[in-house]
Ligand binder design. Structure first.
Ligand SMILES: [Zn+2]
Ligand SMILES: [Zn+2]
Ligand SMILES: [Zn+2]
Length: 172
């Protein structure tokens, strides 16, 4: 598409400057990884991104993808997020509003949310404890709408309900 080159111009610029400041060279592989990352509005592990990049160029290795993601994070284009499954995910950071996550521990679905009230409370809490926050990541673990329905259906059919620990309410 013709408009695409313009679309991520600032992001490309930011990346380019970071590469230069790090004393690295531009490579076609890094540019491709950046491209694929920017086009994917998802929470991606380095493995996920690797497979997406593989579809375009089979010569790109795991390590290159991983290192490039680190560069993207340093450059402020990507941000690391953890959902409690031991993996590190990356999402867009540049020009993206801050948000937090609800994670379904059953199917892995991730719901993004933003609440000015919760944000303010966190600042107030930090102040109260004389803490200077630099960043935060709020995760609420539980079951998405879909998985709750599946569970309800299973219970109605007489199947043994799965035993689960419901997460404590974060706020009241
Ligand atoms: Zn937040
Ligand atoms: Zn679910
Ligand atoms: Zn997110």
């Amino acid at each position: 598409m013709a408009g695409e080159k313009k679309e991520f111009q600032t992001e490309r610029q930011v990346f380019s400057e970071h590469i230069q400041n790090s004393g690295l060279r531009h490579t076609a592989q890094r540019d491709l990884i950046l491209e694929v990352f920017l086009r994917t509005e998802e929470h991606l592990s380095s493995e996920d991104l690797y497979w997406l990049v593989q579809k375009k160029d089979q010569n790109v290795g795991h390590t290159t993808v991983y290192r490039t993601l680190k560069l993207l994070t340093e450059a402020g284009l990507a941000r690391e997020v953890r959902f409690g499954d031991g993996k590190t995910y990356y999402e867009h950071h540049y020009n993206h509003e801050h948000h937090d996550h609800m994670i379904c521990t059953e199917c892995g679905k991730v719901v993004e949310f933003f609440s000015p009230e919760i944000e303010e409370l966190q600042v107030a809490m930090a102040e109260k404890y004389g803490f200077k926050p630099t960043h935060h990541s709020l995760r609420i673990l539980g079951f998405c709408e879909e998985c709750q329905k599946i569970d309800a259906r299973a219970a109605a059919s007489g199947a043994q309900p799965r035993v689960r620990v419901m997460p404590a309410r974060v706020l009241r």
